[in-house]
Each structure stands twice: as C-alpha cells, then as structure tokens.
Ligand binder design. Structure first.
Ligand SMILES: *[C@@H]1O[C@H](CO)[C@@H](O)[C@H](O)[C@H]1NC(C)=O
Ligand SMILES: *[C@@H]1O[C@H](CO)[C@@H](O)[C@H](O)[C@H]1NC(C)=O
Ligand SMILES: *[C@@H]1O[C@H](CO)[C@@H](O)[C@H](O)[C@H]1NC(C)=O
Ligand SMILES: *[C@@H]1O[C@H](CO)[C@@H](O)[C@H](O)[C@H]1NC(C)=O
Ligand SMILES: *[C@@H]1O[C@H](CO)[C@@H](O)[C@H](O)[C@H]1NC(C)=O
Ligand SMILES: *[C@@H]1O[C@H](CO)[C@@H](O)[C@H](O)[C@H]1NC(C)=O
Length: 514
C-alpha cells in the first residue's frame, strides 16, 4: 500500500493493468527509506520535502539512508542576493528535493533543475511550484536543489562537478523511492531551464547517469557555453583558494573558513581574469573530466540519444540589454555598445554582416538589435545547432519557440518584459509551463493548457503531439522545424543560418575549443 488510507480501486487497476492509480487522504507514504508525509498544496496535489543527501564542504555528497520530511520549503544553497550589492543567503545543508505528487499519479516523473547561472536559485521560486504541472500531466514533479557557485563547481582537487554529482545522487535516490509512490523508474524525464539545462547536459554526458532517466526537456539552455576542460578548473582552483588565504590542497584551512568568507571570496572572484573561456554569466561550470563527464555534447556525444524536447524564448537577450541599459541608445553609439556586449572580433563581424542593421524608423533600434544579437548568440542559434546535431546522430528531437510568455519575477522591473506578454524574456516561459502565472490573460491560459498538454504527451509518449492538437514536426539534421508556442509561424532562421556558429562568428564553445 503506497499512501496511508489509500482508496485504491481494484477495478481501475484491472482496467489499466499498469501503475496503481493512487488516491490518498493525508499523503503519508512509506518508502524503503522511511515514511514521509506531504502537505496539500492545491486540491489533489501533495508536496513532500526532504533532504536527499548530506555533504561535507567541497566533498562529494552521500545519500541519506532515512528520509525525514518537513512541511516548509528547504533553505536554498549559499548564493549571492542579486541586486543588493554583496549580500548573500543560504545554507550549506541544502541538498533537498521537493516532490509535487498528484492524487492521480500514474507513473511518470519530471525532475526539474532550476536555472540561475549555476550561481543562484532554488526550490523556493514560486514560479516553479510544481502543483499545477503535476496535476495537468499526471506526473510527479520533483524539484531538486544542487550546490551552486564555488561550493558546487570549484572544489579543491581532486574533486570536481559536485553540483552534477548532487543531481545524479538525487536521481538515484528517486529511483529507490519512486515505486512507493506508484511511480516507475522507467519514466523519469529530466527537465530544466537556463543553466539548469547545462546541468542536464552534464548528466546526459555522464554515462553513470544514463539509466536514471528516459527523456529530456531543455528550456532556454545556455548552449553557447561548453563544459570547462580540466586545465581551466585547475587554473581557477589555483587562483581562487589563495583569496581565502588557503592553498588549493589545504583542506584544514578550507574547512576553517567561514561561509561568509567563502561567499565574499566568490563574489570578489573574477574567473575571466585568469582564463578567457570563463567569460560570461556561468563562471563556475561542469568540467569535462573524462571520468564522470565523458563527452562534450559539442564535438562528442553519447552513443545512444534519448528523446529530447527543447524550447527557447523569443526575447532571451532582452533582460540583459533592457535591464542593463536603462536608456534609449542613440544610433551613433551602436558600435561602442556592441563592443562592450561582445568584447571580441565577433562585434566587427556583426557590423560587417547583413544582419542586425539599425532601423531608422525605430527610435530604440540599437537596443532592439542588441537584444536580438544576444538572443541569437546566447540561445537561439547554439540551441538550434544542438538539436540538428542531436537529430543527425539519430536522436528524436522537437524544437519550440515561445512567442508568448508569462512574467517571471526576475523580469518585473524591466519595461520591455513587463509591457507585453508577447515580449518573452528569459524565464518568462517558466510560469507558463508550471501554470504559475498570476492572473493569466485568456491567451496565456490557453497557452498554459496547450503547453501542459504537449509536455504531458511528451513525458508519457515521447512526442509533444496529443491527438487533439496541431502537429509539431520533429527536427531533422537539416531542418529545425521550430514550432511556435503562443503565436504563429513560420519561424525564420535569420542569422542562425550561415552566420553564428561559423568561423566568422563562432559560438563561445567553438572559440575556446570546448
Ligand atoms: C496521516 O498521517 C499520519 C502521519 O503524519 C499517520 O500517522 C496517520 O496514520 C495518517 N492517517 C490519518 C487518518 O491520520
Ligand atoms: C497516464 O496518464 C496519461 C494521461 O495524463 C496517459 O496518457 C497515460 O497513458 C497514462 N499512463 C498509464 C501507465 O496509465
Ligand atoms: C587574507 O589575509 C589578508 C592579509 O593578512 C587579510 O587582509 C584578509 O582579510 C584575509 N582574507 C581572508 C578571507 O581570511
Ligand atoms: C566583411 O565581409 C566581407 C564580405 O562579406 C568579408 O570578406 C570580410 O572578411 C568581412 N570582414 C570582417 C571583419 O568580418
Ligand atoms: C515595468 O517596468 C517599469 C520600468 O522599470 C516600471 O517602472 C514599472 O513599474 C513596471 N511595471 C510593473 C507592472 O511592474
Ligand atoms: C582548456 O581551455 C582553455 C581555454 O580555452 C585553453 O586555453 C586550454 O588550452 C585548454 N586546455 C586543454 C588541455 O585543452
């Protein structure tokens, strides 16, 4: 019996012959690792919160052997509080999972890895409350925290990839307990957004994790950035630990440092001063070490590729440009500002190309073009390159573009993002997928329904094509076939065809040979 006082209908078990349709009264579940109690979030969904692992600072974590559930959301991992100037929050004891389980759970699990540049974020973001998504997809939605920043990705040698190892440990533990909830370990989808996508790529590139999931969903993956090579990690280790007045190998000194000292050292540390391949917002990344992570997913791929659903947002670069430059830029300043946004030879290539020409009828043309440049270089073009490579290697893949979004809290003070739901800034797709958008318009509600129905079909049947909806055509090695979500197509390739990703204007991972 899964849930205490479960009211299991034998007739429906016989009728489906598959997973138990579980209903429950107070959400108490007995697992091989002990009994956990959930709290109701919305009618029909219980939330279970527990620690899945414990870790000494900068050491691989160990899975817990007994689950202890709590009702509150867990503390986040240590992280800078953005926009407050040098303040930080969080707790090193942060390896928690939050499960949202619907009463009609019939087997499929979506494990969600949050975004935030592998530096910030956690299960406490109201946008990723999994209740609505769990209900709409008959799925358990498991939001998993992992170590961030230097504590997750810059441990002293010989350790590495701690945040990735945390995530894999969580997937392993879920396999142990899923059957107790009526779940099947054969139907786990790993899903995530932004740098959560990079974390998932690291999981995909880790053969030891390959039996732990069967499908992949990537939202706005930061595919312009590759994994670090081992020598970059060494460079960062050799330069970071001295800022704590420790050597890279002095564990006693590292353990004696206060968390405040470590967080201040992280906030003061600028990896790009030591290795140009670390430029950009994801300063601490998974490392292609050849033992845990054995492929790059740029030039080398696993031999067997799982079904993939990948989306981007139409205005990924808007938060950076309109959030970072809060005035209308005159056209004479285009080149100077472009040089600061892309501080290398690619800025000249942009000016010399037929793309991103200023439009004299648009008074805000400079920021509009910069927004498109960042969208294309950062997400759209590397993501579309990736899906074609996936298809070329025989992987099934569907690619979508959000032309309408919600409004994520990170974008509420950016006029471009908050002025129209068809301005889809980075992360604005998350409140659509999760159905957490406050006061959705009719069009947003329709999109939430469509997206949840398509994702439901994908996690159960590997295609985003329920019979009732228009067909979303799969990506091929030569044609991305981008499906418009919340708008209409066709979607033009623009500078993704023949410009970005070529020697004239390479992606970052190409520039640095990653
Ligand atoms: C509800 O949960 C508690 C644990 O919190 C458990 O002891 C009890 O048996 C469950 N059932 C009822 C009806 O309370
Ligand atoms: C689970 O429910 C979904 C509908 O939400 C359905 O498509 C799927 O076939 C069901 N799976 C099982 C094993 O009953
Ligand atoms: C490292 O040592 C310097 C010089 O003694 C000192 O100013 C600084 O506060 C120390 N930093 C830490 C993190 O202990
Ligand atoms: C500018 O474009 C021309 C032709 O389109 C090309 O030959 C030249 O190399 C380009 N220069 C730069 C700096 O990209
Ligand atoms: C939208 O952003 C603008 C510009 O920062 C701000 O003044 C305004 O209050 C925001 N609107 C909402 C509804 O948050
Ligand atoms: C690792 O990457 C850096 C940055 O691109 C590069 O300078 C270095 O040569 C690379 N090292 C190896 C061993 O590939």
């Amino acid at each position: 019996m899964r849930f205490a006082l479960a009211l299991v209908s034998f007739a429906s078990i016989i009728a489906t012959g598959a997973a138990f349709p579980v209903s429950f009264v107070n959400g108490t579940v007995t697992t091989p690792l002990g009994t956990v109690t959930g709290t109701a979030t919305i009618p029909g969904v219980f939330r279970f919160v527990f620690r899945y692992a414990q870790a000494a600072r900068w050491r691989p974590a160990t899975a817990v052997t007994t689950l202890q559930s709590m009702s509150a959301l867990p503390p986040v991992c240590p992280q800078e509080i953005l926009d407050t100037g040098g303040q930080w929050t969080g707790n090193e004891d942060c390896l928690f999972a939050v499960l949202y389980v619907p009463a009609n759970f019939n087997g499929s699990t979506i494990v969600w890895f949050h975004g935030g540049s592998l530096l910030v974020g956690g299960a406490n973001d109201p946008a990723i409350d999994g209740s609505s998504l769990a209900l709409a997809t008959n799925s358990m939605v498991a939001v998993v925290q992992y170590r961030l920043g230097v504590l997750g990705f810059l441990p002293p040698p010989p350790n590495n990839n701690l945040g990735v190892r945390d995530a894999i440990l969580a997937l392993n533990l879920l396999h142990t307990i899923l059957p107790s909830f009526g779940g099947s370990s054969q139907t786990v989808t790993v899903a995530g957004q932004s740098a959560g996508g990079m974390l998932i790529r690291a999981i995909i590139a880790s053969p030891s994790a390959s039996s732990l999931f069967s499908k992949i969903i990537l939202h706005s993956d930061t595919l312009n950035y590759g994994f670090y090579n081992a020598s970059t990690l060494t460079t960062l280790q050799n330069n970071f630990f001295p800022t704590l007045n420790c050597t890279a190998t002095d564990a006693t000194c590292q353990n004696a440092a206060s968390l405040a000292d470590i967080m201040e050292a992280q906030m003061d540390f600028s990896p790009a001063d030591f290795d140009p391949s670390t430029a950009g917002p994801i300063m601490f990344r998974p490392v292609h070490d050849g033992s845990l992570i054995t492929t790059t997913l740029t030039s080398s791929f696993p031999s067997s590729l799982k079904p993939l659903l990948l989306t981007t947002a139409n205005d990924e670069g808007a938060a950076l440009i309109f959030g970072g430059i809060d005035f209308v830029v005159p056209s004479f300043a285009y080149e100077a500002v472009l040089d600061s946004v892309i501080p290398d030879f690619r800025a000249d290539a942009v000016l010399n190309s037929s793309f991103y020409q200023l439009d004299s009828s648009d008074p805000d043309s400079v920021r509009d073009e910069l927004k498109d440049i960042v969208t294309d270089l950062g997400w759209r073009c590397p993501d579309w390159t990736f899906v074609k490579a996936w298809a070329a290697r025989g992987g099934s893949v569907f690619t979508g573009l959000f032309l309408r979004g919600g409004l994520h809290s990170s974008n509420i003070n950016i006029a471009f993002c908050n002025s129209s739901e068809t301005h889809v800034c980075h992360t604005d797709d998350v409140p659509i997928l999760f159905g957490t958008q406050a006061s959705p318009s009719a069009a947003q509600s329709a999109l939430i329904t469509e997206v949840q129905a398509r994702w439901n079909n994908f996690v159960h049947s590997s295609t985003p094509n329920p019979p009732t909806l228009p067909t979303w055509t799969a990506t091929t090695s030569s044609s991305v076939n981008v499906f418009p979500l919340g708008g209409s197509g066709p979607i033009a390739a623009g500078a993704c065809a023949g410009f970005w990703g070529t020697p004239t204007a390479p992606f970052d991972y190409q520039m640095f040979g990653l």
